[in-house]
Design a protein around this ligand. Structure first.
Ligand code: F0G
Length: 473
């Protein structure tokens, strides 16, 4: 018998209290944080959906690994466990540990980036783009058209537009394109998966022009499981084999282990190219550490090795993917528009469509994120005008093409009742959404303004209509 209820496939051994506050306290907290949720102390957040990065719960086996981790400076046993696990999964010979994903990006693009070069991708994640551009190169995104039609479901909205990529390669010349990176899943556009067919198509294109293809594989297991669920021919295939096939198509990969390696810190860069890896190790030693620890403790390497195995457990992945779907379905029932279908690691609310009365220059997604905190103590993250941070000559923010609030679900942390609560709070926001008012900038930095910007609400009213208005003077 197939039961309808998909349960969390774990029991809880250690618990942490949630940060319970009153609405009145949260109103005060928002004010002192200048309506920037990055400035709020985490202990004042009830359900923290800011990110799924480094926020997961490790298993008892991983905590066991923490105790047995080998802290030797060079040649630690934990490094070899880490290396073996990554070699076995990815097939790449050169494995370089790093403290997190962006360290791998910084090192790789220092080696292969530079002026007059282009990196092509389905979509670069922010830190990837920043590191490409810091090297002097340009980061070019080629998402498929359906990725930008948020309402209409499609199984593989993470795919790359291969024709557009080829046109670009012909225009700029393959010799100026040192790398193509496929981000699996595509975090910037909704945590959407890439199909195996698309990966093969991109690989063919890259082979044709002699461009190496890497995976930014932070969420490779979620991507592999979504291939199993959605792509013809993969339903019976063990998810580990699907993941191995994904890596087989690539020439290298980097990973923020803070996602699908189920740990709180760590990452790696892996490839077969000896020349690139030798240069990368030189840079690693300069800033991260010796090549058998790369800025991590031995215990971290041990926990990553265990996590990379655990994440491919199909009961875990079924629960994981179902959690985001369940949240997405709940929001849609309340008429809250989302990127449909939900992504692998969370749900992205389309604030532009939800709050049409707030002009993009008044940060509708940030306003929604603040209202969500005010009403329910829930923290999401704005992906919109504030995060993209483009300014005109006078320093005024230019509207972004999308206004999203990402609700990223930490791995193995929250239960279904927590998600039910999030859905209920959204029901309240939906009922009183016209009371949510836009925001104005008080102060914003040039670089990554969303982390430090100070804002204030415009005029009167905010939050949920069933309660006293929150943003009143
Ligand atoms: N690539 C992808 C696809 C990511 O999602 C992230 C991080 C990185 C690279 C960088 O890794 O944080 O370990 O340095 N994403 C986090 C997020 C920050 O909230 O989505 P990192």
């Amino acid at each position: 018998m197939e039961w309808k209820t998909i349960i969390e496939p774990f029991k809880i051994k250690s618990v942490e209290p949630l940060g319970i506050t009153t609405r009145e306290e949260r109103l005060h907290i928002l004010g002192t944080a200048h309506y920037n949720l990055f400035n709020i102390r985490a202990e004042k957040v009830l359900i923290d959906l800011l990110t799924d990065s480094g926020t997961g719960a490790m298993s008892a086996a991983q905590w066991g690994g923490i105790m047995t981790g080998d802290e030797s400076y060079a040649g630690a046993r934990s490094y070899y466990n880490f290396e073996n696990e990554i070699k076995g999964l990815t097939g790449f010979d050169e494995v370089i540990p790093v403290h997190q994903g962006r360290a791998a990006e910084k090192i790789l693009f220092t080696v292969i980036g530079g002026k007059n070069r282009y990196i092509i991708s389905n979509s670069h994640f922010d830190t990837t783009r920043a590191n490409v551009e810091f090297s002097g190169a340009q980061a070019m995104d080629f998402p498929v058209k359906e990725a930008l039609d948020f309402d209409k479901p499609a199984p593989f909205k993470g795919n790359a537009d291969i024709q557009a990529m080829e046109k670009f390669i012909k225009e700029k010349g393959a010799k100026n394109i040192p790398l193509c990176v496929m981000t699996v899943t595509n975090n910037s556009l909704g945590g959407q998966p890439v199909s195996m067919e698309n990966l093969k198509g991109v690989q063919n294109l890259c082979r044709k022009y002699g461009i190496p293809m890497f995976l930014d594989c932070a969420r490779f297991a979620e991507n592999a499981y979504l291939i199993k669920l959605r792509e013809k021919g993969y339903a019976q295939c063990p998810v580990r084999e699907i993941a191995e096939e994904m890596f087989e198509l690539a020439d290298g990969a980097w990973m923020s282990a803070k996602k699908d390696a189920l740990v709180n810190i760590g990452g790696f860069l892996a490839m077969n190219n000896r020349e690139w890896s030798a240069s990368a190790r030189q840079l690693l030693i300069l800033t991260e550490g010796f090549s058998t620890y790369g800025g991590l403790a031995g215990r971290d390497l041990e926990a990553i090795a265990i996590g990379l195995r655990e994440v491919l457990d199909e009961n875990y992945l079924q629960y994981r993917i179902r959690s985001a779907q369940y949240l997405g379905e709940g929001l849609l029932k309340h008429g809250v528009p989302i990127i449909n279908p939900p992504g692998g690691h969370g749900v992205y609310v389309n604030a532009k469509k939800f709050l049409p009365h707030i002009k993009p220059v008044n940060f509708p997604a940030q306003a929604l994120a603040c209202a969500l905190y005010l009403e329910g103590g829930i923290r999401g993250v704005e992906i919109g005008t504030l995060m993209f941070g483009r300014r005109d000559a006078g320093g005024h923010f230019l509207p972004a093409s999308m206004e999203l609030v990402r609700l990223a679900i930490p791995r193995r942390v929250y239960t279904q009742s927590h998600i039910d609560y999030v859905i209920e709070v959204f029901g309240c926001l939906a009922a009183g959404k016209t009371n949510i008012k836009g925001l104005e900038i008080i102060e914003a930095s040039q670089v990554l303004p969303h982390f430090t910007a100070k804002l204030k609400p415009m005029g009167k009213g905010a939050g949920c209509s069933t309660k006293k208005s929150g943003f009143q003077k």
